[in-house]
Design a protein around this ligand. Structure first.
Ligand code: IDC
Length: 346
């Protein structure tokens, strides 16, 4: 028994070493591999490699359009059990997700939970890599935080990731989620953090959080950052936001702004309250028509409407039918490529 455990531990360490080595060598081979099809226009790191931005479109290593669709975790230190290798593999294979976003709350990191944050984050990145998914490393600042004030911690956070994974094609950086302050404040932060990341990972794709809960794209349209290969985030919650925000996003894209829906939800903006699946169908029809990439909140069993699993669900049983909430079922159907207006959940 003891010997078996030791052998498993050795094999696990060896596997991790190989993954990290492959990332550094730029020849990642994951335990599963998928081929993107024209119908879904999705992308997989093993087939499509490093992504970058051309005009307003995300494209793969060969310049072909790439669409990422996936799931956002809840706070990494609050729901660590769902950061699980087997679960990620199932989400990748059974739910057809090619993206997972790791929400590392900066408030937790600065409050003394930096080690816990990094442990769970690394476990999640490893799991995403072995499931052949792209992974967003999200420095999850909130609207009441000026990201400039915690710049040093942000630098420490991103450099730990890059030191470990190098220039891994799976990894996308979200330099801030829903930052506090107006666009001038956010732009000042970008002027520091983007060159910092790029010094270590020059070709990296970076998502920038915009003002007012990522619902204010006009300022970046008028006054974009001075770096290429960046996308600006827009966030929506289907029971709170509608046509007005869609029109704003569409106008921003028309004006040449590359937009990434780094977070959205099927509840009210609080993460709880009612659901609105008609609005969800309208939103995701819009998202698909514009070939936007997105993640949906949240991979958790928190007692709130936006969660995919009922309270008390364990990671091992998360995808069992009885544990998946109506929001989780809707998301699963969407991921599998169904027309948003055809999705009916009980
Ligand atoms: C919410 C969670 C909720 C938690 C709260 C505060 O759903 O359980 O108590 O954060 O930490 C966002 C944020 C995201 C929010 C989510 C729902 O990026 O952190 O999560 N939301 O309110 N922007 C718009 C909505």
């Amino acid at each position: 028994m003891r010997n078996n455990k030791t052998i498993t531990e050795v094999l696990r360490s060896l596997a991790l070493f190989l993954i990290i080595f492959a990332c550094f060598a730029g020849t990642l081979t994951s335990s599963v591999s998928f081929q993107a099809t024209a119908e879904t226009a999705t992308a997989r790191p093993s087939a499509n490699g490093h992504l970058h931005v051309e005009g307003t479109q995300l494209v793969d290593e060969n310049g072909e359009p790439a669409v990422l669709k996936g799931i956002s975790t809840h706070g990494l230190t609050w729901y660590p059990d769902f950061i699980d290798e087997d679960l990620f593999l199932e989400l990748s294979k059974q739910w057809d997700c090619n993206l997972i976003r790791m929400a590392a709350y900066s408030s937790e990191y600065v409050k003394g939970y930096s080690q816990q944050t990094m442990d769970v984050l690394f476990r999640g990145i490893d799991a995403a890599i072995s499931a052949d998914m792209y992974v967003i490393v999200d420095w999850h600042t909130m609207v009441d935080e000026d990201p400039n004030i915690i710049l040093k911690q942000a630098e420490e956070f991103f450099s730990s990731v890059i030191e470990r994974y190098g220039s891994c094609p799976n990894i996308i950086y979200e330099c801030c989620n829903e930052p506090g302050g107006d666009w001038t404040v956010i732009k000042r932060y970008c002027a520091e953090i983007i060159p910092f990341i790029r010094r270590m990972d020059p070709d990296s794709l970076i998502i920038i959080g915009t003002a007012n809960y990522c619902q204010d794209l006009y300022y970046p349209v008028l006054d974009p950052v001075a770096f290429d290969n960046v996308m600006y985030s827009a966030h929506f919650y289907t029971a709170s936001h509608g046509k007005e925000l869609r029109e704003q996003i569409e106008k921003a894209i028309d004006k040449g702004l590359p937009v990434f829906i780094s977070e959205c939800g099927l509840s009210e903006a609080s993460g709880d309250g009612g659901t609105d699946f008609i609005s969800a169908a309208q939103w995701f029809t819009f998202v698909n028509e514009n070939r936007l990439s997105y993640t949906i909140w949240s991979l958790s069993d928190k007692d709130e409407t936006s969660a995919f699993f009922y309270p008390g669900t364990s990671a091992g049983e998360a995808l069992d039918e009885k544990n998946v909430t109506p929001v989780g079922k809707w998301v699963r159907s969407l991921m599998r490529g169904n027309d948003p207006f055809s999705i009916i959940v009980d």
